[in-house]
Ligand binder design. Structure first.
Ligand SMILES: C=C1C[C@]23C[C@@]1(O)CC[C@H]2[C@@]12CC[C@H](O)[C@@](C)(C(=O)O1)[C@H]2[C@@H]3C(=O)O
Ligand SMILES: O=C(O)CCC(=O)C(=O)O
Ligand SMILES: [Fe+2]
Length: 337
């Protein structure tokens, strides 16, 4: 009998036991309305590179409007969604993540936050295709949401600068505020995965383990679980979903600028057998020409751990890598013995 090999895209990654390995460590929660929040943020960034934010000031209305627009988008027929073209890197993607063979049980829409005229012209098209119409209606909701989330990300970055006693306090936030800021916005949809139920004890990867390359990521999801983070000892813990909170990730660029005092958090998403997960993530990045290097006030007279590079150089290397690669390795200084 001839056995037909499954097409490559069907070969998802499975993890035999993706059950969290650490015993109930609490994910730090930062209440942004409290006067001591900057100290909590520093502690969380040092210990986890990750924390949950409450009293964040982003209007619930902006969140639910965009969530319902995103749900409408992912409900469009596949052929309509595919009209946005393969993500290069922006556009609609289905199961393939990035250009180097990573796959996951996910479909997504990746957008640049600066108004790339070619992309906008393309996305909002002249003809009344479903996607173009969706994008036209959705632009208002996208702009409201992204502006509010960017404002919150900048406030957090300013608290980080204060907490680390770095002057000026906008040293990080100015990179996101820059007109040329190379920030990205992503909508991820993880449909319920039938294989999760049928494969005894195995779990299907929704989005494989990785760190985010930018400065800071602000994630919000519906009430479906799946997100896991890796602790410093290499164990994994599940992040209980909370649709009213935001989750903050330290990115690789912040790791470099703090000379390793903060480490970017390794994270992944497991597919769910029953419920679909919808997440929206703002990745705050610097302008392409920006030089990324440890801040002199944080090296404390010691050698900096990383070579200086531009965000353009790092991004190029990111897009030549696989999700799980340690991308910063190539930019680390080898300590002199
Ligand atoms: C496999 C890839 C997808 C990714 C680019 C990369 O080559 C490696 C990093 C990936 C990542 C992870 C965080 C963000 O979701 C993302 C937009 C980013 O900046 O780096 C994705 C990239 C992507 O999906 O294009
Ligand atoms: O969808 C999620 O919850 C996380 C996805 C993620 O880590 C990413 O898109 O970089
Ligand atoms: Fe991520």
């Amino acid at each position: 009998m001839v056995m037909l090999a499954k097409p490559a895209i069907e070969q998802f990654s499975y993890i035999r036991n993706s059950r969290p390995t650490a015993l109930f460590p609490q994910i730090p929660v930062v209440d942004l309305s409290k006067p001591d929040s900057k100290h909590q943020i520093i502690k969380a960034c040092e210990e986890f590179g990750f924390f949950r934010v409450i009293n964040h000031g982003v209007p619930m209305d902006f969140i639910s409007r965009l969530e319902s627009e995103a749900t409408k988008f992912f409900s469009l027929p596949l052929c309509e969604k595919e009209k946005t073209g393969q993500p290069k890197p922006y556009g609609y993607g289905n199961k393939r993540i990035g250009p180097n063979g990573d796959v996951g049980w996910v479909e997504y829409l990746l957008l640049t936050t600066n108004q790339d005229p070619n992309l906008l012209r393309f996305l909002s098209g002249e003809n009344p295709e479903s996607f173009s119409l969706w994008f036209c209606y959705c632009r208002f909701a996208l702009n409201n949401y992204m502006s509010a989330v960017k404002k919150m990300a900048c406030e957090i970055l300013e608290m980080i600068a204060d907490g680390l006693k770095i002057q000026p306090r906008n040293v990080f936030s100015k990179l996101l505020m820059d007109e040329q800021s190379d920030s990205v916005f992503r909508l991820n949809h993880y449909p319920p995965c039938p294989d999760v139920q049928s494969l005894n004890g195995s779990n299907v990867i929704g989005f494989g383990e990785h760190t985010d390359p930018q400065i800071i990521s602000v994630l919000r999801s519906n009430n479906t679980s799946g997100l896991q983070i890796s602790l410093r000892d290499g164990s994994w813990i599940s992040v209980p979903p909370d649709q009213y909170s935001f989750f903050i990730n330290v990115g690789d660029s912040l790791q470099v600028m703090t000379n390793g005092r903060f480490e970017s958090v390794k994270h992944r998403v497991m597919a769910n057998g029953v419920k679909s997960r919808l997440s929206m993530i703002y990745f705050g990045g610097p302008p392409l020409s920006e030089k990324i290097a440890p801040l002199p006030s944080l090296t404390g007279g010691e050698q900096s751990l990383y070579k200086e590079f531009t965000w353009f150089e790092y991004k190029k290397s990111v897009y030549n890598s696989r999700l799980a690669d340690n991308r910063l390795m190539h930019f680390a200084r080898i300590a002199a013995s």
